[in-house]
Structures are given as structure tokens and as C-alpha cells.
Design a protein around this ligand. Structure first.
Ligand code: SF4
Length: 336
């Protein structure tokens, strides 16, 4: 399986900080307000995107997440977030930024809204036909809508309403993720948007793996909302939650729906295969003086670590399988 990691396309994920305003009970990253206010430096992020851009295996997808990335406005510099987004977009990448939108009622909102508008407007086509759905950018904001995120319905509503009512000449996608048990929150959200005067049109799209369908909602043709739900993974604080899904093995071949590997950098000098669940396969990306290793060495190291973890897992299971066979034989002998 490690050969998959060596051969498949990959996407870059930057868990820019492990700090967060929230302290959600289900947080797979154990993020929260007591964690260090530490961020992956802008130069390191740009350096890895630049190196990846000349690698044909890079699928040109970049995810910026946390913790809560927008806390960089408070603790790093007000340009950190727009700078890394613009850099990745300018390098021809699709960008997904994940936020809990916990800032929508704070003074930060004006700045963040303005930055997102600038990112979108800068890339809008100069002429647009009123008859067509607006040009869609390879830029996505991901939100969570579930019982665990504080005030999620109200925060999502405020964020989405703002952009649904803002004509920027181009649209961007908002991805909402949830859990099966909380599906009803989406209808509440759409209902609220409708009542607030947002025109909601539903469609169904064929996902990139060409095997599954997802509902999408066009909001005033300014925003496209895509909704998905999944399991609650047993990792971080989610370990304390009943029914969290325990991933049985390390994610030797963690793949996205497009069959790309996720290569995720965090603030603790770790780069892991996969993003947020299961036993992690990890390598380091800084040398002892804090200088980042070249991307290709990091990827090679990740492949090597995956290979070793895979061998160990197979060996353990071989021993376990032998023990099970022996137990069965003994059982057969004594039951005769
Ligand atoms: S789940 Fe998200 S919002 Fe909640 S603590 Fe973790 S990073 Fe913060």
C-alpha cells in the first residue's frame, strides 16, 4: 500500500495552528484556547506550495485549516490569511479554507469579509452575462453544522447570508459538513436563509469520483453550498464520545474522493498522511535548527514511514491470525 502513497497524486493540508476559540467536545485535533498561539510561518507554507507546484504528482489542491485559522488576524498579522490564500490561488491551486465562523459577531468580521470579497473580486471575469450562473472560483470555505460546534446554526447563517447577498461578480463554494444525526440542521439553515430573502435553488451534482451524488444549493447565484456528512472519528477529544468511529489501522493509503493522498503539516513539526483521524503516520519537516526540509525529502520520508508502519501492521496481524487459527484447532479437537 505504501506504493500508493509513493505514486498517487497528493494534496497539501496546512493545519496552520492548534489554537481555537472553541473547545468542542468532538475535536479530533484537541484544539482549544489553552493551546499555544503558534502558527506555521507564512514563508514555510509558501515554500512548500512553490515546490509542489513544479511536481506533477501535486493535484493542485491546498487546504488551510487549524485549530481556527482566523485567529491569525489576532495573534500573527492581519495579512497572514489573505496572503497564503492569494499565494496558493496565484500558483494555480484550488483552495479550501476551514473556519468555525466563530468571529462573525466580533469586530474581526468586517476585515475577514473584506478580505474574502477582495480575493473573489480580483478573480471575477471582467464581463458577466446576467443569464449565466456566475463564474465559479476554485476557492471554497468549509463550515461545520452540527450539535458540537457552539452556536453553529446562527454563525453559519450569518456568514452565508452575508455572501449570498453580496454580488462579487464571481461565486465561491461553501462546503458544509455534518453528521447523520444532525442532518435536520441543514433544512433549518436553508429555511432561515429563505425567510431572510435569499433565493435558494437546489440541484444535484455528480461527485468527482463519478459514483456518488451530492445536493448543492445555489444562493442568489452568488454562493454555491455543498453539503456532506460523515462519521465522527475516534481521535483527539472525540475519543470521549460514544459512537465515535474507531479507525482500525493507520491510514496507509488515506485518499480523498479523487484518490489523492492528503499530506498534512501541523505546528508541531509533523507532517502526516491523512488529516484528522486514526493512528497517524508521521514524519517531521524541520531540521533541528527549525529549517524546513525540501518537500521531496519530506514526501520520501512519509513514504518510508508508511512502508515501515505497514510492515509492522502486517506482522502483528500475521501473528494474530496464527493465534486465531491455533485457537480454532484446539477448539475443534476438544469439541470432538
Ligand atoms: S472542532 Fe474546530 S471549532 Fe471545534 S475546537 Fe476543534 S478546531 Fe475549534
Amino acid at each position: 500500500m505504501h506504493s500508493l502513497v509513493a505514486e498517487r497524486p497528493y494534496a497539501l493540508v496546512f493545519k496552520t495552528t492548534n489554537w481555537c476559540w472553541n473547545n468542542c467536545a468532538h475535536c479530533c485535533e484537541s484544539s482549544g484556547p489553552n493551546n499555544p498561539k503558534k502558527f506555521i510561518p507564512e514563508s514555510v507554507i509558501k515554500g512548500y506550495i512553490k515546490q509542489a507546484a513544479s511536481d506533477e504528482r501535486f493535484d493542485r489542491s491546498v487546504v488551510f485549516t487549524g485549530g481556527e485559522i482566523t485567529s491569525a488576524y489576532k495573534f500573527v498579522d492581519r495579512h497572514y490569511v489573505p496572503n497564503i490564500i492569494n499565494y496558493a490561488l496565484n500558483m494555480g491551486c484550488g483552495v479550501d479554507i476551514k473556519t468555525n465562523a466563530g468571529w462573525v459577531n466580533s469586530p474581526l468580521a468586517t476585515q475577514i469579509y473584506a478580505d474574502i470579497e477582495n480575493i473573489v473580486k480580483k478573480r471575477a471575469p471582467s464581463k458577466k452575462s446576467k443569464l449565466q450562473i456566475q463564474h465559479e472560483l476554485p476557492f471554497q470555505v468549509s463550515l461545520s453544522l452540527d450539535r458540537f460546534h457552539n452556536d453553529a446554526l446562527a454563525r453559519n447563517f450569518k456568514f452565508i447570508e452575508h455572501f449570498a447577498k453580496t454580488d462579487m461578480g464571481a461565486s465561491f463554494r461553501i462546503n458544509i459538513s455534518s453528521f447523520d444525526a444532525d442532518n435536520g440542521m441543514l433544512s433549518d439553515l436553508l429555511q432561515r436563509l429563505n425567510t431572510a430573502g435569499v433565493n435558494v435553488r437546489e440541484a444535484v451534482i455528480l461527485n468527482k469520483n463519478a459514483q456518488t451524488l451530492s445536493p448543492v444549493y445555489y444562493l442568489n447565484d452568488n454562493i454555491i453550498v455543498q453539503y456532506g456528512n460523515g462519521d465522527l472519528f475516534y481521535g483527539g477529544r472525540a475519543r470521549n464520545i460514544k459512537n465515535a468511529y474507531r479507525v482500525p489501522a493507520p491510514q496507509f493509503s488515506f485518499l480523498t474522493a479523487d484518490f489523492a493522498c492528503l499530506v498534512a503539516f501541523d505546528t508541531n513539526n509533523r507532517v502526516t498522511l491523512g488529516e484528522n483521524c486514526g493512528p497517524k503516520i508521521a514524519a517531521i519537516y524541520n531540521d533541528k535548527d527549525g529549517n524546513p526540509y525540501p518537500l521531496q525529502s519530506v514526501l520520501n520520508c512519509l513514504v518510508e514511514t508508511t512502508y515501515r508502519a505497514e510492515q509492522k501492521y502486517r506482522q502483528q496481524h500475521f501473528i494474530l491470525d496464527k493465534q486465531v487459527l491455533l485457537a480454532r484447532k484446539i477448539n475443534q479437537i476438544f469439541s470432538k
